[in-house]
Structures are given as C-alpha cells and as structure tokens.
Ligand binder design. Structure first.
Ligand SMILES: C[S@@+](CC[C@H](N)C(=O)[O-])C[C@H]1O[C@@H](n2cnc3c(N)ncnc32)[C@H](O)[C@@H]1O
Length: 182
C-alpha cells in the first residue's frame, strides 16, 4: 500500500478530546447496524474513490480490493491524526493507494468528474454550509459515478423522537463549531 499524507495543523486539546471520544460515542450504533450498513454501501465500489470528512476512518475496512485509489479528506486536525494512524494500522485491508488530505467539503481541490464514487457518510450534519458542500460533492464524481450519502435525518413519524433530535442537534452543532475553531 502507498500512503500520502498532507500535513494538517497540530490538533488543539479540544480537537484531540473530540477525536478521542468519537469511536466510543458511536460504538453502540456501530454494533447495532451501522457497521453492517457501511459494509453494504461500500462493498460494491471500485476505481478511484473520494471520502469526505472521513473522521477516524470507520469506513476504511469496508472498501473492497476493487477500489484502486482512495482519497480521504478530513479538515479537523484531531480526527486527521487518528485517521492517519488507522490507515497505517489497517493498511493490509485498505486499497493500494491511500491519500489523506485536509480539504474541506465546500472547497474540494479536484477537477470535475475525477472520481468513480464520492462517499460522505454522516458528514453533512457537521459542515457549516451544507449547500456549498453538496455543490462540491456532486461536482467531482464522473458522469454515471456513484454518490454514497447516508445521513442522520429527522424522524418523519415520531414527534417525541424528532423533538429530542432537535435538542441534540443544537448541542452537536455547538460542539462542531468549537472543534472547527480549535
Ligand atoms: C460525524 S463525523 C463522521 C465521520 C465519518 N465520516 C464516519 O462516518 O464515521 C463528521 C466528520 O466530518 C468532518 N467535517 C466537519 N466539517 C467538515 C467540512 N467542512 N468538510 C469536510 N469534513 C468536515 C468532521 O471533522 C468529522 O470527522
């Protein structure tokens, strides 16, 4: 496996803390179906793949051998540090070429139609400008390429759950803004 990493800034204490709690925070959901869903969504991909906001790299082990090149974007320095460590650790199972870059979703550095697939999983809830991010995310797949975009959505038929989601969304957004600010 060949890996290239573009340096990100040194993570602040807050970014390191946020990154350290991410995997434990999502562990129950992972066990209760998210990991299987990731595997099902990513298992059919091939060629050049761009993952947006890759976090700590929970998707990494699910990419099949048919993925020849994987570019992982992660602008948060704390997450990026953990991502690089996971790439090194899980190298055996990862695609042949892996690059980690700090490009934010609303300002991708790649030409139109560069990728066979673009993968933002659970990212749009965190980005400051989802419309700008979506414009970029839909610009870089080739014609006929794939967009794999599982997201948190508001419960459509459970008003109590929807109310709780709205409350949590406020806290989550405040945490994300603090993390972006370092
Ligand atoms: C909820 S985590 C999801 C991580 C990973 N995609 C997953 O499925 O586990 C959201 C990720 O989006 C990243 N992120 C935040 N703002 C971003 C932006 N403007 N562009 C790209 N990624 C961003 C965060 O740093 C974080 O790693």
């Amino acid at each position: 496996m060949t890996t290239t990493t573009l340096a990100t800034a040194r993570p602040s204490l807050h970014q390191r803390f946020n990154a350290a709690i991410y995997d434990p925070f999502v562990a129950l959901g992972q066990r209760r179906g998210h990991a299987a869903r990731r595997a099902a969504l990513l298992g059919g991909l091939s060629g050049r793949v761009l993952e947006i906001g890759a976090g700590t790299g929970l998707n990494l082990r699910h990419y099949p051998a048919a993925v020849e090149e994987l570019v992982l974007t992660e602008p948060d320095a704390g997450m990026a540090a953990r991502l690089r460590r996971r790439v090194a650790r899980e190298g055996g199972a990862a695609p042949a070429v892996v690059r980690v870059v700090p490009a934010p979703a609303d300002s991708l550095w790649f030409a139109d139609g560069t990728f066979d697939a673009v993968v933002p999983t659970l990212v749009l809830c965190t980005v400051p400008d989802p419309a700008a991010a979506l414009a970029e995310i839909t610009r870089v797949p080739r014609p006929g390429g794939r967009l794999v975009l599982p997201e948190h959505v508001l419960a459509p038929d459970d008003r109590r759950l929807a109310r709780r989601q709205r409350r949590l969304a406020g806290a989550w957004a405040a945490r994300s803004v603090r993390s972006a600010a370092g």
